[in-house]
Every structure is written in C-alpha cells, then in structure tokens.
Design a binder for this molecule. Structure first.
Ligand code: ZN
Ligand code: ZN
Ligand code: ZN
Ligand code: ZN
Length: 446
C-alpha cells in the first residue's frame, strides 16, 4: 500500500477520530495534572455558560468533528485543506536533506502493553483496540520503508513478558501474530523489566551492523518488576539497544530515562491522531550516532563492509523439499547462494551458514533513506520563464490568483513547488507523491 500519509489526514479531518486537542486530553498529558483537576474545571464551566464546550462526560464521547473543520468567508473548505498540506510540508522541511548515515538493516521488537489499563476508554474505542489498529498500519508502513528490517512482537501482561511473534522479515507473518484480538486480551499488570529482558535476549545474537530497537507502547502508569530495572537499562545501553516509548496515559520517569539513555524518542499521545503520528515518526531509520564531523569516512571504524547473498528463487513447479527454517515440505522458496540451503522468505539470515540473504529490489528500496530528495521550495511570485504545467503529471497549473490572497506559511499561492536542484515546478500533489512514495525527483532523475 503506498504511504499517502497526508491524504490520510484529510480523511481523518472528517471522520470520527478527532484531530482537535480537547480540554481533557490536553491538560492531562501536557500539564501533568490529574483527572480530578479537569473535572473541577469542567464543573465550573458547566455552571457558567451552558454553551461553553463539554459540560458532561457523555457529551465528550461524541466527537464534534465538524467543528475542527473551519470554513472560510466564501464557505469553502479549501483553507482547512491547505492547512493540512502546510503542516505536512513543514514537517518535511525539518527533515535533514543531506546524506547522513543510517542503519538500514533494522531489527525491531514491538513491546505492546496488554495490561488491564489498556481497556481504558479515553481513546476510542478502547486504548487496546486503537493500539492494535494503529500497530497494524505501522507494521505495513514500516516494512514498506524498511524492506531489510525484521520485527518481533512481545506482549506485557500478567506481570510477565510474553513472546507473541518471532523476529520476522515477512510483514504477513508479523500481521498474522497480532491479527487475533482474542489471543491478546489484556489482563493483569505490565512488567517493563521482564518484557525488556525478553526483548533484549531475543536480540542478543544479532550482528553489530544491524540496529537493535525496542518500541514500547505503554498505557499503564505502573510497572511490576522482579528486580532493579536500572540494571536492565544499563544492560540495554551496553548492548546498544535503542528504546522508544509511546505512552498513552502520562509521562513516567523510568520511561523517559529508558529513552534518553538509549537514544530513543519519548512521547505522550494527546489523542488518537497524535498517537498515530508519534508512532509513525519512528518509521524512518535512525541516524547513526557518534560520527564526529572531523573524522573522515576512512577512519570511521564502524563503516565495515558486510557480506550479503542474493538468493536463487525456486519456481513453484520445482520438486518439493524441506526448508531449513520451518522444516516444511514446499516447492517454492529461495536457495542460499553459499550453502544451497532452502529458506522460505527473504530477507533473512541463513539458518545453516549465517549469511544474510536479501533480494536486490529490497536493497534498492532501502537506498532512498541515505539520499533523500530535498524538500521543494514553495514558489511565491510568478515569473515568465516558468513552464505552464507540472513537470511530474503535465497538468497545467491554475491561473495565478488575482488580488491579495492569504495563504498559510510554506504554501505557494500559485500551487507551484520548485525542486532546488533541477529547478522544475511541480504541483502540490506531485510534491507529496515524490517525497512520500517514490523518493526520487522526476526532474533530477533524467
Ligand atoms: Zn520455512
Ligand atoms: Zn547459507
Ligand atoms: Zn503534478
Ligand atoms: Zn529535481
């Protein structure tokens, strides 16, 4: 599925998942005050003006999504749409545009909170259902952008860490293990230490060139640990495991420490849309740290060459034989180029000789993270030399607006976006498509 993230946001604007930051969510996670405070504030409001927002809790369960979309004077919704476009563009401008070193061979353990606090209904329909839904989208998008990566899933419930899915490079396999809602039914207390230890042990065998990451989705405000969690944290720092936490309730000191000391990101979700954004920010591969500016590439010790093998794909009509990964009799599969063992899926590490087996399209798809397309500049004033149609889709640009128009920051009033390298103009749709989907400028690529 192509990652049309900006378009999803348009849909969200008029669907039920609200994008507005309402009173309760905001004060809960921003000011860090308890619920009681919010309730008091609401009471005061209820006595004052009746039409002042959200007097009763049951009212809050209806999202007034129509109120988040503002019409302009002419009754058009274009300004709201522009606002979303501008937000996406600004986010893209913040991303580094120069080539930086990133780890493209990633190993990630998703640590899902399956404790009773996930049944809380402050996020609709429940935190648990929302998490499953967003994690499924996340997994699909993650594999789309990181085809050489592998994901494993660990659950936290009833005080222990529970292995839900083995580390796998096949998105279908990962999605299958989180598909059944009833197998993941939340129970008991979560244990951060137990589940981090489990995640750590399942990544201890990995080679040094791959990244080791843990993403924790945490809805609880407590953790029930058998020992000192700071020892676990130190062990993670030593093993170069990067831990990121997306909290659904509030900030906890230990979660913040886990992220800060291991170089991960921490965030508290304000609402459903923000939760999704926080999680999706973790999709691009992390930049490699500790590369000082003075050191040249040659002296950088971690820039080793690594061995990879391109497998031979067996046709479906080949005689069935046993695979080394599942010991199943199948006709299709891939042959390791070094030891000729048969594996079911790529990318993977050969179970017999340990060679990393990738397919060349996967390798090519990972490439764009290393050389990102530079953000296009918004064209603010018309000039005669510019072409009349978009260089990407050849649709003519709209005529320049007459009179004074107010546009939000980062948007072009002419609807033109210019590549800083090849100086071609693109329409806003092509701008989004180039940066989010194809990762290659059609003008520069010629
Ligand atoms: Zn197999
Ligand atoms: Zn092999
Ligand atoms: Zn276009
Ligand atoms: Zn270009």
């Amino acid at each position: 599925m192509p990652p049309r993230r900006d378009n999803d946001k348009f849909i969200q604007a008029d669907s039920d998942s609200d994008i507005s930051v309402d009173d309760e969510d905001f004060s809960k996670s921003h000011k860090g005050k308890g619920k009681a405070d919010v309730r008091r504030k609401r009471d005061v409001k209820g006595k004052g003006k009746a039409k002042d927002t959200q007097s009763y809790t049951w009212e809050a369960s209806y999202t007034r999504s129509w109120e988040t979309v503002q019409e302009d004077e002419a009754g058009s919704l274009q300004s709201s749409v522009d606002d979303w476009m501008a937000r996406g563009r600004r986010r893209r401008l913040l991303e580094p545009s120069t080539a930086i070193r990133r780890t493209i061979i990633r190993h990630l353990i998703l640590l899902l909170d399956l404790s009773t606090s996930m049944m809380d209904r402050d996020m609709r329909p429940t935190r648990f259902d929302l998490m499953l839904q967003v994690v499924r989208e996340f997994v699909a998008e993650w594999f789309d952008q990181n085809p050489l990566g592998q994901i494993g899933v660990v659950g936290m419930r009833a005080g222990i860490g529970e292995r839900i899915g083995e580390m796998s490079g096949n998105p279908q396999e990962v999605l299958k293990c989180i598909a059944d809602r009833h197998k993941l039914e939340p129970t008991g207390e979560p244990s951060l230490q137990n589940s981090i230890e489990m995640a750590r042990s399942s990544m201890s065998h990995l080679p040094t060139h791959s990244s080791r990451e843990i993403i924790i989705i945490f809805g609880s405000l407590t953790t029930c640990d058998p020992g000192n969690i700071h020892e676990t944290l130190d062990a993670c720092v030593k093993a170069k495991i990067r831990i990121s936490v997306v909290a659904l309730a509030a900030e906890m000191k230990i979660c913040r420490d886990l992220c800060d000391k291991t170089g991960g990101q921490f965030g508290v979700a304000l609402n459903e849309g923000h939760f999704r954004d926080l999680l999706f920010e973790l999709i691009p591969p992390p930049a490699q740290q500790a590369v000082s500016r003075g050191a040249s590439r040659a002296t950088n010790p971690s820039a080793d060459l690594m061995m990879m093998g391109f497998p031979t794909r067996l046709p479906d009509t080949s005689p069935p034989s046993l695979c080394v990964c599942h010991s199943e009799v199948k006709s299709e599969g891939f042959l390791c180029p070094r030891c000729l063992a048969k594996v079911c899926d790529v990318p993977t590490d050969c179970d017999i000789c340990g060679l990393m087996i990738v397919s060349s399209p996967h390798l090519a798809r990972s490439y764009h993270h290393l050389f990102p397309v530079r953000a296009y500049d918004a064209v603010l004033s018309a000039d005669e030399a510019a072409s009349n149609s978009c260089h990407g889709c050849f649709r003519p640009f709209p005529p320049p607006p007459t009179g004074t128009t107010t546009t939000s920051e980062g948007l072009s009033p002419l609807g033109r976006y210019r590549c800083p390298d090849c100086k071609n103009d693109f329409c806003s749709e092509c701008d989004v498509f180039v940066h989010d989907v194809i990762h290659c400028c059609p003008g520069c690529g010629q």
